[in-house]
Design a binder for this molecule. Structure first.
Ligand SMILES: Cc1cc2nc3c(=O)[nH]c(=O)nc-3n(C[C@H](O)[C@H](O)[C@H](O)COP(=O)(O)O)c2cc1C
Length: 215
């Protein structure tokens, strides 16, 4: 059976990125866009969800959705299992790419750069702010490992609840944050007739150089 999606098309008309846009700091522009996306996008869509691509030791890319949990001077922060597939991939090759898509605003942002593990204290602070079940889940789930059944996962959670019945679960050593330090950001705004706007920022010797790219 084949499926054709060739007739699915729409025209993008909401906004534009003018040539005289006075923003030399792409992180400030990202801040503005994600704030607008959080106000505009409809629940249950999460404006902070993004696709994160990493590359394994054989040069093969892997991509999955994650939640952005912070934006600092250094970059874009997310949390995960350090021994997951993505954790192993980042240990071998620290370069990654993130893509955000905000359909309500007809916008995409692509971010590329080098990823480092967060300072353990920052991971501890974020972990402590999570709901108890999420903290227990970080202990119970060996992310990306094969499980014999759903029951195995649920039994692991029961064991974890017992283990931490009388104490707060600390952050597991295998779980924490990463920061993607951006070297490139591209802002895409859908425009009519496929003549979309693309603004590309690249870091050269510590200075952001901006170019308009053809759509
Ligand atoms: C909306 C959404 C949000 C997610 N957020 C996270 C997250 O913040 N951290 C995380 O480790 N996995 C998150 N996941 C699960 C990942 O997509 C993925 O299944 C998991 O991290 C394992 O990936 P890996 O095996 O490539 O390491 C999310 C999935 C969805 C659909």
């Amino acid at each position: 059976m084949t499926l054709s999606l060739a007739q699915m098309r729409r025209n993008y008309t909401r906004a534009g990125l003018p040539d005289d846009l006075t923003c030399d700091d792409p992180q400030a522009l990202f801040h503005e866009w994600i704030a607008q996306a959080s106000e505009t996008e409809n629940a249950p869509f999460e404006a902070n969800s993004m696709a994160l691509a990493t590359v394994d030791s054989q040069g093969r890319p892997h991509c999955r959705i994650l939640l952005l949990k912070g934006l600092s001077e250094e970059g874009f922060i997310f949390y995960t299992h350090y021994l997951s597939d993505k954790g192993e991939e980042l240990a071998g090759n620290p370069y990654a790419a993130m893509t955000f898509f905000w359909p309500g605003l007809e916008r995409q942002v692509r971010i590329e750069g080098r990823v480092t593990q967060l300072d353990p204290q920052d991971s501890d602070d974020y972990f402590a702010s999570r709901p108890l079940a999420s903290r227990l889940g970080a202990w119970a789930s060996p992310q990306s490992q094969a499980l014999a059944s759903r029951e195995e996962l649920e039994l692991r959670m029961v064991d974890t609840r017992e283990r931490f019945a009388s104490q707060e679960p600390p952050r597991p050593p295998h779980w924490g944050g990463y920061c993607l330090h951006p070297q490139r950001l591209e802002f895409w705004q859908g425009r009519p007739d496929r003549l979309h706007d693309r603004l590309d920022y690249r870091l050269h010797d510590g200075v952001w150089v901006r170019n308009r790219l053809a759509p």
